[in-house]
Design a protein around this ligand. Structure first.
Ligand code: SF4
Ligand code: SF4
Length: 438
């Protein structure tokens, strides 16, 4: 029986990991649909990872949700250390294999895991209440269709169930230790689970063993299923990608717009400014971006790192004044288009075409033209996502390839072209006002 359990465990573990690796590689392939950009390494990038991804610095603008999120995040990292022991026990048919190695430290570790498991339960319950009963405004919006809403709720419920299983397993284990049941090594009392043990008192040894084993299997299968789900299409990918994304995030000032190399070169030539020989002379395939693969891999990585928290949309002045623009929707649509394109490439090959494009079928002109490029969304994002970079590239396509700028902008463009300024004065007239001075 024990050997059969070990074999079943091994098969489940290997299958789950096979699919997880397959999904990770698929996400990588989808992100790399974007154009190549080189991002230089710097110490600032590591600082961002430590402060913003690990330290969750930007979350603490609102301390209470930040603290609850920190509990869930630490709980996820810390409680899953218990998985090391569960996996070793599963493969070798042992029970609490780390106890003899860690001695008294073992009790400290499990007590810490239990504290965070209880904190995760409380935090997830509060999050469910905020989403579904209090209905915090930033969790709604045109892009928050049933799929993202179910995704967010499902993960919270699963996390609660996993933590309840973990605590129940330890509570039954404690009672079985007390009863001197063979196989249940005496490892002592853990504060939270032993406090829960009266809930199971009075059950027979067989029933306790059944519940303990059920919770053990539920916990391991649940964690493996959770990991697979996250690497499919869930917003919870941010648990992992937040670290990668903060590393690769822009370190230049947010307001600095990326100029197009080929256009810069032409302007320099026009103005007789020396052009560096290293500057590219090749024609760009397309000005700006119409399709998701016109964007860079970093833009697509941004989209996959989005937590759908809505902090960007909550701060967006265009959204607040009733315009169609929601930076969260820009990121969600970019991810959806990248996923659709990947599915198409897998079924039809590299020449895939479904007659759709990111601009037009997923993101509308009205949305991108409403952006003021104020960067409030970038400032608000807890994982350093940059929706403006995508919006600007989509606009560049609209203006430079389709010549479809709003009429009010065309005047400004011709002023810049003729007067080197957005105003309707020639450079020689610019200082006429001086003549009116005494
Ligand atoms: S930069 Fe654009 S999308 Fe971002 S907050 Fe400002 S107006 Fe909204
Ligand atoms: S872009 Fe950032 S702030 Fe906006 S929803 Fe995604 S994670 Fe939240």
């Amino acid at each position: 029986m024990q050997v059969l359990a070990q074999v079943i465990f091994g098969v489940i573990f290997l299958i789950a990991n096979y699919f997880m690796v397959k999904n990770i590689l698929r996400i990588r392939k989808t992100i790399l649909l974007g154009k190549d950009v080189s991002i230089e390494a710097s110490s600032q990038r590591w600082k961002n990872v430590i402060l913003i991804a690990f330290g969750q610095k930007k979350m603490f603008k609102k301390p209470l949700p930040a603290l609850l999120h920190l509990f869930v995040y630490l709980g996820f990292l810390i409680v899953n250390l218990e998985m090391i022991e569960i996996i070793v026990d599963g493969f070798f048919g042992t029970h609490r294999v780390l106890f003899p190695l860690l001695g008294s430290l073992y009790s400290f570790c499990i007590n810490t895991f239990e504290f965070f498991a209880a904190a995760v339960i409380v935090a997830c319950l509060v999050f469910l209440i905020r989403r579904n009963l209090i209905k915090v405004p930033r969790f709604s919006g045109v892009e928050m269709t049933s799929k993202p809403i179910v995704d967010a709720n499902l993960i919270l419920v699963v996390e609660i169930l996993l933590m309840v299983a973990f605590l129940s397993m330890n509570a039954c284990d404690y009672l079985l230790q007390q009863a001197g049941h063979e196989h249940y090594t005496s490892v002592g009392r853990f504060f939270i689970s032993s406090s829960l043990s009266p809930l199971f008192a009075g059950l027979s040894s067989e029933a306790l063993v059944f519940i303990e084993r059920f919770c053990w299997w539920f916990h391991i299968i649940g964690v493996l299923a959770f990991a697979n789900y996250v690497f499919m299409e869930s917003k919870h990918l941010h648990i992992f990608l937040a670290f990668v994304n903060t590393y690769f995030a822009r370190t230049e000032p947010a307001g600095k717009l990326q100029s197009m190399e080929s256009v810069t070169r032409e302007v320099k030539l026009m103005l007789n400014i020396p052009v560096e020989t290293t500057e590219t002379t090749t024609e760009p395939g397309r000005f700006g971006a119409k399709e998701v693969n016109d964007l860079s891999w970093k833009n697509i990585l941004d989209a996959f790192s989005c937590t759908e928290c809505g902090r960007c949309t909550q701060q967006c002045p265009a959204n607040l004044t009733g315009k169609k623009l929601s930076p969260r929707k820009i990121m969600m649509d970019t991810r959806r288009r990248a996923q659709d394109m990947m599915k198409g490439i897998e079924s039809q090959g590299k020449e895939f075409s479904d007659g759709k494009s990111l601009l037009g079928d997923y993101i509308s002109e009205g949305e991108i033209m409403a952006c003021t490029t104020c960067n409030a969304c970038v400032e608000a994002c807890p994982v350093l996502i940059n929706p403006v970079d995508i919006i600007v590239q989509l606009r560049q396509y609209k203006v430079m390839e389709e010549s479809q700028a709003p009429a009010s902008w065309n005047m400004m463009f011709s002023n810049v072209e003729n007067n080197f300024a957005p105003w309707k004065f020639s450079p020689s007239d610019r200082f006429n006002w001086v003549q009116k001075l005494d």
